[in-house]
Design a binder for this molecule. Sequence first.
Ligand SMILES: Nc1ncnc2c1ncn2[C@@H]1O[C@H](COP(=O)(O)OP(=O)(O)O)[C@@H](O)[C@H]1O
Ligand SMILES: C=C(OP(=O)(O)O)C(=O)O
Ligand SMILES: [K+]
Ligand SMILES: [Mg+2]
Length: 527
Amino acid sequence: MNSNHLLLEEPIRMASILEPSKPSFFPAMTKIVGTLGPKSRSVEIISDCLKAGMSVARFDFSWGDIEFHQETLENLKTAVKSTRKLCAIMLDTGGPELQVVNKTEHPISLEADTKVILTPDQDKPATSNLLPINYHGLSKAVKKGDTIFIGQYLFTGNETTSVWLEVDEVCSEDVVCLIKNSATLSGTLYTLHVSQIRIDMPTLTDKDKEVISTWGVRNNIDILSLSYTRHAEDIRHARCFLSKLVELNQTQIFAKIENIEGLTHFDEILQEADGIIFSRGNLGIDLPPEKVFLFQKAALYKCNMMGKPAVVTRVVDSMTDNLRPTRAEATDVANAVLDGSDAILLGAETLRGLYPVETVSTVGKICAEAEKVFNQDLYFKKTVKNVGEPMSHLESIASSAVRAAIKVKASAIICFTSSGRAARLIAKYRPTMPVISVVIPRLKTNQLRWTFSGAFEARQSLIVRGLFPMLADPRHPAESKSGSNESVLKVALDHGKASGVIKPHDRVVVCQKLGDASVVKILELED
Ligand SMILES: Nc1ncnc2c1ncn2[C@@H]1O[C@H](COP(=O)(O)OP(=O)(O)O)[C@@H](O)[C@H]1O
Ligand SMILES: C=C(OP(=O)(O)O)C(=O)O
Ligand SMILES: [K+]
Ligand SMILES: [Mg+2]
């Protein structure tokens, strides 16, 4: 790769690499999603994760009951209040996940070159020769020679508790497998992944529907992470389900791409979804290893060009048990940023890891360093070319705002918005400075009661690279129609100053509507 793809000053002075970066008010423009669980559910730890840069909390319903997750969420709310850091809520569905059921909870030793039977009879206890699973259709879906992987819930890939099997024969509903490596399965929950087969289970299961309509509705979830999205129809179906739950008709749907079926239908899925999660843990098993990077780069590019947020998972697995990532992992995080990801999703690292806070902060620091050498100029040109001409008015305003901000070396772009659309479009051009989106609430009614919009739009931008939302006071909307938003703008500038983004004598680019005209203006601050 040509060094022009990175923004490095020539000649490169090696010593400059070690110069510490200037502290900034936020850890990085790239966002961090943290999965909350046993090791990250106290108010204290969650507060520290928020301060370290986590802006989206993921609740994975592959595991844990509603009460458990509710308790964690109540702690999150307390932490959000006390730290004054906003956080979006993501519900991750269980989906058609195959699992080994070990009711005894005793560790099970599996020995290489011996055989083990996978059976759908969940009444049988799990032993070294027999593993009950939660799916009746496995024997019909596999054939001799297929590869099966069994790993701990949120397997990291480097634990000694994962096992590879090879299908030997099928006996009615049972599947007899040859064990390829010795391992001890400990714990209660194991995911089972068969490379490249089709599972005839719905993407949104009955259990998922129940969780969404109870826990999800109660907590106004901002983002639904739809596990094992395989077709655009999966998204349409989930959207239809959400729209019937009045409280969730603004919830965004992120397609979690976890297998080859999802890869094959990627383009049509991207059209329907609000964002994409590259579930690299599962993808890494389904795809040949040498193809993983290529899918990541191609798919992130497509997301970037569509202006839809892309999230990458499984970055620093080894930090589950260690204070420092491996060099491969550290480099991988930086490459995910250079490839264009909006957010990094931490799974095992925060859920059951020993160092949740340190992980968030380490990943944030790596992202910030990568952002500094991200070639915005090249990216900008590619994006403009991709949009083509004539551009829509809004697209043209958004790209002009970014260009102006870069040219005058503005310290921030302030964007007024209600739907969030304008701010997201600005972020699409990946400005090097933060975009403060001032979400102006709108009064709306569902014919039962009046409410203000805005909270969803503000929180949903917490997963978009470079976007930092601020929810304006609902008393302002009337005046925003007629006036010039002077008072709201002052609040936004004060907010920027208080957080350290904007300093005296800085330039700031503002994007707003004045009367019927959309304007981009450059402010030169005095104090
Ligand atoms: N309440 C507002 N006050 C002033 N300007 C606004 C407001 N809402 C949106 N704009 C501006 O209007 C243009 C269209 O933005 P967009 O986000 O699509 O609007 P909406 O939120 O109405 O969908 C952008 O230039 C944006 O900055
Ligand atoms: C995030 C992933 O999956 P899970 O939901 O099982 O953590 C993954 O496979 O990368
Ligand atoms: K899940
Ligand atoms: Mg999963």
